[in-house]
Design a protein around this ligand. Structure first.
Ligand SMILES: *Cc1c(COP(=O)(O)O)cnc(C)c1O
Length: 382
């Protein structure tokens, strides 16, 4: 399959053809989320899926995943509540944010959540205080290339600190494991092998010092379908399975993965409307296309033009010309693409609908609450 031409599902197409809902909005096909979940479980059968709720916390989506037996990776009490609302088992909720208020940890414990990620001794101290029976996941910082949306800068600690924290957790009588994230939209399949080699050495040294790490959390990084091709999911599965077999031949009690983007991105389409097409000067070849959806309406991942969405217009197949794309607000940062060479039909005009494909992840909750008086991005589930 040439994934570059992956189109929305029949259900989404029907919704878009018949709706008069005001734009901008995202429409999510929950069946596609289920399909992606099943594909991922098939690709990496040894891993338990913890859906990264932040990618899209829509209740119908969470409900479907809970029904499929998925576990959840959360970052806050509100995300815990959403998972519990759809019937998730608190034993299958992992609190993956390394930065937690003490009272939020207490709240999580009161809900029955027992696994927490840390990357610093003071955060471990909080857990020892208020969640001494917790299972502790220590996050490694490991810079991988190849990711369109890197996640390594803010989180994680270096290998010697991971080892120290594993030993400290173990001395406190807590279960422990190691986590990492190879970067979101990771298109280099070698990233897992490279990182698992580092993790294997850490685990070996921690074991020598008496710790018994019992689980591994391989994070997310599995791709959505954007302009640049990414390998198919079975290739990711092969890379992860091979790396695990090489570095952890003896296995561990649990292997976790935390997909967000892979499960949600391709399940959604963001529909926007063209507000204005203009040229900044008469001799300028580049048209500026202003949509009613921009950086402040959920398209935050266009920051530095990092995530390059595929676009669909009613005039596809007709002659095109270069465009810059921007949102509707009065902030000059509200530009989507200026450096990336996007071409759109010359016939594109005010009032046309522009569909932003594979926009089901990292959009709805990235929307501002009302900057410039524009309402937040709406969402529909089919
Ligand atoms: C955001 C996040 C994920 C999801 O990453 P994707 O690349 O979207 O799959 C997984 N784990 C943690 C800890 C995260 O912060």
């Amino acid at each position: 399959m040439n994934t570059r031409h992956l189109l929305p599902s029949a259900k989404i197409a029907e919704f878009l053809a018949t709706t008069d809902a005001p734009t901008p909005f995202v429409v999510i096909d929950v069946d596609l989320v289920e399909q992606r979940y099943r594909e991922l479980v098939t690709a990496i059968p040894s891993a338990n899926v913890y859906y990264a709720v932040k990618a899209n916390p829509g209740l119908p989506l969470l409900e479907r995943l809970a029904a499929l037996g998925s576990a959840f990776d959360v970052a806050s009490p509100a995300e815990i509540d959403r998972c519990l609302t759809v019937g998730a088992d608190p034993a299958l909720i992992s609190y993956g944010n390394t930065i937690k208020k003490r009272r939020d940890i207490e709240y999580a414990v009161s809900c029955g959540v027992s696994r927490f990620t840390i990357d610093a001794q003071p955060e471990l101290d909080k857990l020892i205080d208020v969640a001494p029976a917790a299972s502790v996941c220590v996050r490694l910082r490991h810079e991988c290339g190849g990711a369109d949306w890197p996640l390594s800068r803010k989180f994680g600690c270096d290998a010697p600190d991971v080892e120290r924290l594993l030993v400290a957790a173990s001395e406190a009588g807590m279960q422990s494991g190691v986590s990492f994230h190879v970067g979101s939209q990771q298109r280099d399949l070698g990233a897992w092998d490279e990182t698992l080699e580092v993790v294997a050495h850490i685990v070996g040294r921690a074991r020598d010092r008496g710790a018994m790490p019992s689980f591994l959390n391989l994070g997310g990084g599995f791709p959505g379908t954007y302009l640049e091709d990414a390998p198919p999911i079975h290739a990711y599965g092969g890379a992860v399975r091979d790396a695990l077999a090489l570095w952890f031949p003896e296995g561990l009690d649990e292997i976790m993965i935390e997909p967000g983007r892979y499960l949600a991105a391709d399940a959604g389409v963001l529909r926007s409307e063209v507000v204005l097409v203009s040229r900044r000067s008469p001799e300028d070849d580049v048209r500026w296309v202003y949509l009613d959806c921009g950086k402040f309406h959920g398209l935050a991942e266009t920051m530095d033009e990092a995530i390059r969405y595929r676009l669909r217009t009613p005039h596809d197949g007709t002659p095109t010309g270069q465009v810059a794309l921007a949102g509707p607000t009065c902030d000059s940062a509200d530009v989507l693409y200026e450096k990336t060479a996007y071409e759109l039909p010359l016939a594109l005009a005010e009032g046309d609908m522009v569909d932003i494909l594979s926009a089901g992840a990292y959009t709805t909750t990235y929307s501002s609450v009302g900057f410039n008086g524009f309402p937040p991005l709406d969402e529909h589930f089919v």
